[in-house]
Design a binder for this molecule. Structure first.
Ligand code: ADP
Ligand code: MG
Ligand code: MG
Length: 888
């Protein structure tokens, strides 16, 4: 029979798929002999079954009952037993951590009888017992019964007045329990379920259901977590941090998740239960101060942190609770960190002898590197600093202040850049956090919800700026000195320093970009920030060098101008994989293009071509010079014709209102003749070259002459949009002659961007010395939709329905488009073993797609100059990992 429940003693950290991250790591801690409360895990299999069938799998109830019985006998108490109750928590926990996105219910097992038993058990601590009971109804009401949490919060706030929750007396809390029960009755028409087993059963299903809560779906999409994994459920004996001042609860990191530095990082809250720390209900104390409150627990915790780091060989984050001076570990995982910390930690672990350089490369991602290349604030600019908070997630963000998630979404959809300002965030703010450029909160530490989620998303965040008074309802905040910032006012926040500025602060290149540019200079007079920056640049340098040694894929650039070409070289590009020639026909040269299109005689057409040729030649000379002997793949013109010709509507209006000149009228006739219903499937690429005699020949001649003038130039001529070998052959024949006349040698190849070309690659390879996959068009034609037309129309629906995991224009669709590519690679190489293969679609800079290109054996990827470092790193990672699809 299928096994759906595992005791913590049965699992280990490799079982994340089955037990979720939380369950697998709890089991691992048990295996390490750390103090973990007893418990068991219901598998993700059970969840998937429940979500698919609408009911739990047969046998699950009995299996859970069996494990509960074992737990009860281990603890010497029965769940919810009136005079001496066992209480449990029911906790979600998926394979990939989704902080706060799913549900957890604490204190299951309390009711009107067992609350007295709990008080007795605690030596007569009535206050504690009623506090635990009201927490149960509150959490259960919100997460299991779906009652608006504000109703409970309001009742609590009313009772508290200006006091803190810890100031409430036992009778007051008892009264609050009655109020809460009233809320439950009013909202659901039923009484709060008093049967402990029923509470547990309902909570388990609520955790399963929370996998498909809107915010969880949104988070998964943002983080590219597959939609079909499901969550495990952990059932664990409660331990209590809310017993009194010798108890408490906290979170910790084994190193600074912001910088990677070793040390004691975390927050602790006395007399509190789990959620209180991250929810920011009271101000936490820094973890170091626990040493003065409870030295033995503190020392034990520091020892455990070291054990965990050495065991996981990585930064870990930890949840713990102290009950009457006894330390309990409640969770650990390899912790989220900023991009900068990821690089620093990876190299530090190498220096500590915990991991190899190969592993270090796999510990960082291209997305993290891209994140480090974002601009930062100009240190020399004039700024008006209004406050400082905690540097929770780095970056420089400028935008209009908004005070609600809804408003953030609304303004950003209108193209505005916004900073989401909240007292603290909660999981319901996720949509606004995604929409915002940056996040600013006045409460909560580096482990608060805002900080954790922002770091995960690589979004700038300043949190816990306590000097700010955030008046959410009034849409404004007040900074020291009575500076009032209202909705719509522009602010700038620096997630690296925690500073908050009024107005827009100009930004400059990041230190990492300066490093790639070769312009990073040591700065006199060390300050903390500079030191961090130097650490980071050194770490990036080491990792990039190692990735370059390891990778098999070459990395080239998509670059059309000498400036871009030069940057591409500085960033480590090994040539140009796509030099488009269309833009060379724009601007002042448009006139010549019009002449070309209007030409009705051979003479007129040749005159237009003759005028264009020297201009083209000069363009190519510039690029060859910038590339200093590296290969340059030049694509012959592939214009979307409609973008080149004068606007048909404008001309028609001119004609209709009698304002058209003679030339306008001729143009209109020509434009009408060339007007297409579907330009993307129209007269483009090689087709145009075959229809306008002399056009391609002119370009090839310009290339040949330019190459002849620049010593070492290595042109490669690429024919776009070929679907049949015959198209290629006729262009090739002409080009070969022109090159021979000029005494220049160049490879001649083709784009593979039409499905037919992929499917007839063996034939095409007879005439092509290289292939370059144009995956934008290939995706478009394989799926039968054009990106510009449909992306906003139905992509989000397709993502919801799971038809895409991610847009196929962002990441290569391996099954469809990828299959066409595989066929082309195989067939092409079978016909011509030394066929050179690359990709020049935008996918060339996408991490997952780079791994795919490595897998299918391409020789290089080509991407925009700014993505080159990302592609180099991912190519290195691809060579060093066996896991091909998981680039997280
Ligand atoms: P999340 O995934 O949102 O962090 P958790 O399942 O970790 O949710 O639980 C929320 C909080 O409750 C955490 O602070 C956790 O440490 C605490 N908690 C969970 N189970 C127990 C327990 N058995 N005893 C005491 N505290 C618990
Ligand atoms: Mg947790
Ligand atoms: Mg194309």
């Amino acid at each position: 029979m299928a096994k759906y429940v595992y005791n913590f003693t049965e699992g280990n950290r490799n079982l994340k798929d089955l037990l979720g991250g939380k369950g697998a790591n709890l089991a691992e801690m048990v295996n390490l002999g750390l103090p973990v409360p007893h418990g068991f895990t219901i598998t993700t299999d059970a969840c998937r079954h429940y979500l698919a069938e609408g009911s739990v799998p047969a046998g699950l109830d009995q299996e859970v009952a069996g494990h509960l019985k074992a737990l009860e006998s281990e603890m010497g108490r029965k769940l919810g037993q009136a005079d001496d109750p066992l209480l449990v928590s029911v906790r979600s926990g998926a394979k990939f951590s989704m902080p706060g996105m799913m549900e957890t219910v604490l204190n299951i097992g309390l009711n009107d009888e067992s609350v007295h038993g709990l008080a007795k058990q605690s030596g007569g601590n009535e206050r504690f017992a009623w506090d635990s009971y009201r927490r149960l109804i509150q959490m259960f009401g919100k997460t299991v019964l779906g009652i608006d949490g504000d109703l409970f919060e309001q009742a609590l706030d009313e009772l508290k007045g200006r006091r803190q929750d810890t100031d409430l007396s036992a009778p007051e809390l008892q009264q609050l329990v009655e109020t809460y029960k009233g809320v439950v009755r009013e909202q659901t028409g039923k009484d709060f379920p008093s049967d402990p087993r029923e509470q547990m059963r309902l909570a388990v299903m609520a955790v399963f259901d929370s996998w498909n809560a809107p915010r969880a779906i949104l988070y998964r999409r943002q983080e590219r977590i597959p939609a079909d994994l499901g969550t495990a459920v952990n059932i664990m004996a409660m331990v209590f941090g809310n017993y009194g001042n010798d108890s408490g609860t906290g979170v910790a990191f084994t190193r600074d998740p912001g910088s990677g530095r070793q040390g004691i990082y975390g927050d602790y809250l006395q007399n509190a239960q789990g959620e209180d720390v991250v929810a920011g209900i009271r101000n936490t104390i820094p973890l170091e101060d626990l040493e003065h409150l409870d030295k033995p627990s503190y020392d034990q915790l520091v020892g455990i942190m070291e054990t965990l780091e050495n065991h996981y060989r990585d930064l870990c984050d930890i949840e713990f609770t102290i009950e009457h001076g006894k330390l309990w570990m409640l969770q650990t995982r390899v912790g989220k960190r900023t991009a900068a910390a990821a690089f620093c930690i990876a190299t530090q672990l190498v220096d500590q002898g915990l991991i190899t350089m190969d592993e270090a490369v796999t510990r960082v991602t291209g997305d993290q590197l891209a994140n480090l290349m974002f601009p930062r604030f100009d240190a020399n600019a004039e700024k008006k600093k209004i406050a400082k908070g905690m540097n929770a997630s780095p970056g420089a963000a400028v935008g209009k202040a908004v005070f609600s998630s809804e408003r953030a979404v609304e303004l950003s959809s209108q193209g505005e850049e916004v900073i989401l300002v909240r007292r603290e965030t909660n999981p319901d703010d996720l949509a606004g956090m995604i929409a915002a450029k940056g996040i600013l909160t006045s409460r909560g530490g580096k482990t608060s919800h805002a900080a954790v989620v922002a770091r995960g998303m690589g979004k700038t965040c300043v949190c816990g700026a306590e000097e700010l008074e955030v008046l959410t309802a009034e849409h404004r905040f007040i900074a020291p000195g009575d500076v009032v910032v209202s909705e719509g006012d522009v602010i700038s926040i620096d997630g690296t320093t925690g500073e908050i500025f009024l107005g827009e602060v100009p930004v400059v290149d990041s230190a990492v970009v300066e490093y790639f540019e070769g312009a990073q200079e040591p700065v006199d007079g060390f300050d903390g920030a500079q030191e961090l920056e130097d650490d980071l640049v050194r770490a990036v340098d080491r990792i990039m060098r190692h990735a370059d040694q390891a990778r098999r894929l070459g990395v080239r650039a998509n670059a059309d101008t000498p400036d871009d070409a030069a940057r591409a070289r500085r960033f480590g590009g090994q040539g140009i994989g796509l030099c488009r020639t269309e833009h060379m026909f724009l601007g002042e040269r448009r006139q010549l293009v019009e002449d070309l299109v209007l030409a009705t005689t051979d003479g007129a057409r040749q005159a237009a071509l003759d005028a264009l040729e020297p201009l083209q030649k000069a363009d190519f000379i510039g690029i060859f010079q910038a590339m200093e002997g590296d290969p340059v793949t030049i694509r012959l013109i592939d214009p979307p014709l409609h973008e080149f010709l004068p606007d048909i509507v404008e001309l028609s209006i001119k004609a209709a209102t009698g304002q058209a000149t003679d030339k306008d009228r001729k143009l209109l006739t020509a434009v009408k003749r060339l007007d297409e219903q579907n330009p993307m499937l129209g007269l483009r690429g090689v087709r145009l070259g075959l229809v306008i005699p002399g056009l391609f020949a002119m370009q090839v001649r310009a290339i040949a002459q330019a190459a002849a003038e620049v010593p070492g130039a290595r042109p490669e001529i690429m024919i776009p949009l070929v679907a049949a070998v015959q198209e290629l052959e006729s262009v090739r024949e002409e080009a070969v002659k022109i090159l021979a006349d000029a005494g220049v040698s160049a490879l001649i190849g083709t784009m593979i961007e039409v499905p037919r070309a992929a499917l007839t690659a063996a034939q095409i390879a007879e005439s092509a010395e290289f292939f370059s996959f144009g995956t934008n068009d290939l995706t478009q034609m394989a799926w039968g939709f054009s990106r510009d037309d449909v992306e906003s129309a139905f992509f989000s629906r397709y993502l919801d329905l799971g038809i895409f995991g991610v847009s196929p224009f962002e990441t290569i669709d391996r099954e469809g488009v990828g299959r066409l590519m595989r066929i082309a690679v195989e067939e092409g190489r079978s016909a011509r073993p030394d066929l050179h293969l690359g990709i020049c679609g935008e996918h060339g800079g996408d991490p997952d797609s780079v791994h795919f290109c490595h897998d299918i054996g391409l020789d290089y990827v080509s991407c925009s100059p700014f993505r080159i470092p990302v592609a180099r790193l991912e190519a290195g990672r691809a060579a060093l990992t066996n896991t091909t699809s998981d680039t997280r």
